[in-house]
Structures are given as C-alpha cells and as structure tokens.
Design a protein around this ligand. Sequence first.
Ligand SMILES: [Zn+2]
Length: 245
Amino acid sequence: MRRGLILGALVCTCASAQVSPARLVTAYPAFLARLDGHTLLWRNGPATPLDAGHVFTSPADRLDHPDLRELLRQPYPACMPLNAPAYANDPGRARPAAFFGRMYGSSPATVRANLEPVNWFGQTLMFSRVNGAANALRAVEHDLAAQPALRKYLTPSAGTYLWRVVAGSTRQSAHSWGIAIDINTRYSAYWEWSGYREFQRGIPYSNRLPQAVVWAFERHGFVWGGRWYHSDTMHFEYRPELSGC
Ligand SMILES: [Zn+2]
C-alpha cells in the first residue's frame, strides 16, 4: 500500500505551476498575446496548452519531455542568497524545445540569423537579439565592468551559441538558441564532474562565484546553473519568465 502510494507520487502529473503562467506573457510580449485559461495564445500561429498531457514516468522524463507547466513548476530564487539547492530542485532546467525554438529558431540556420555580436570584456560573443537577450547580456557586462575584481570569474567566456544537446541526453541545450553563456571555467563546478548519476542523492555542491556576479545576471533576467541541484556554475541563460529582481 505504502509502496503503491510512493510509486503513484512518482508518476503522477500533479505538476501544478508554482510560477504564474502570466509571467510567460510578460516576459515574451513580442510572441505571446495572452493566456486563455490553461492555454497560451501566441500572436501568430497555433496556441500551446500549458499541460501537454504527458504522464511523467520519472524525474528524468520531466526533463526529457517538459511542457510549459513543468517549466513553471519550480520557482527560481532570483537575487536571494546563494545556497546549496535542495534535492532535485532545478528551476529553469526543464526547457520545452518547441516553445523556445518558436521564438529563437528551431534550426541552426534560423537561430544564427537572430544572433548579433556582444562585447564581453573585449571578447566578441554571439547572442540572440530576440526578446532583448543580447541587450540583457550587454547590461550584465556594463554592471560587472564597474567591479574589476570580478573580472577573473567572467572572462574568458567558454562560449555562447552552439547548436547541441545537453551532454549524455537528448535535451536541447539553451546554447542552441543563443541565449546561454558559459563564463570562465576555471572557477566552475559541474555536477557530472563528481561522477554521480543524474538524480542520485548527495551530489556534492561547490561554488566559487561571488554573489555579486550571480545577482548581476539575475537582475537582467538570467537564471544561473549554480541554483540547480544538478549544478553548473559556469552557466547562465536568459529566462526572464523565471528570473529578474
Ligand atoms: Zn552552459
């Protein structure tokens, strides 16, 4: 009985959105018109239901087949103190590829047509102009340039646009859409480097980034991989539906 209840909890579709779906419309007004009940209406083209009706069979399945409700399930703690994330708390890591592809491009060619150069402390990075992402990255650079002691964490950037899936998965990386940046890997930690499996308990957390770096990104609508249980502290991605202070 008890075992059945536990299994039931694992496979239920009870992912009620914890972040208001209205934040999607606010974050992406060029594309999204409004919410109609549990359906997202675009300015052009077919509507998207928040709940795609997929029955999740595992925590990994939530990341492999996320819908918009899954995207909104875990609140992102923007501009809060930096703490080790709770088990399986990965706000922003679930990315419905069709949703982001529709805005930023669903092929390398269509994404590249939206990229523009951004100066990153003397390095030229390509970032999407869509939804103001490139301007947001410029604003982060402007804010952080005022604190030269932080420069070593930020540069050289390990990259922005790269059409690829996340290592070891079929999930489209946010780098594919030109909305993610990896900063200097020298001060970084990535959960897989510890040798743990995904969703294994006890994945160690370590972070060397100062709070001022993280908050500068978050002020301008980026989420940080260091706030994920599956921690990726070099990684920031433009997700104004979740971040911003
Ligand atoms: Zn990255």
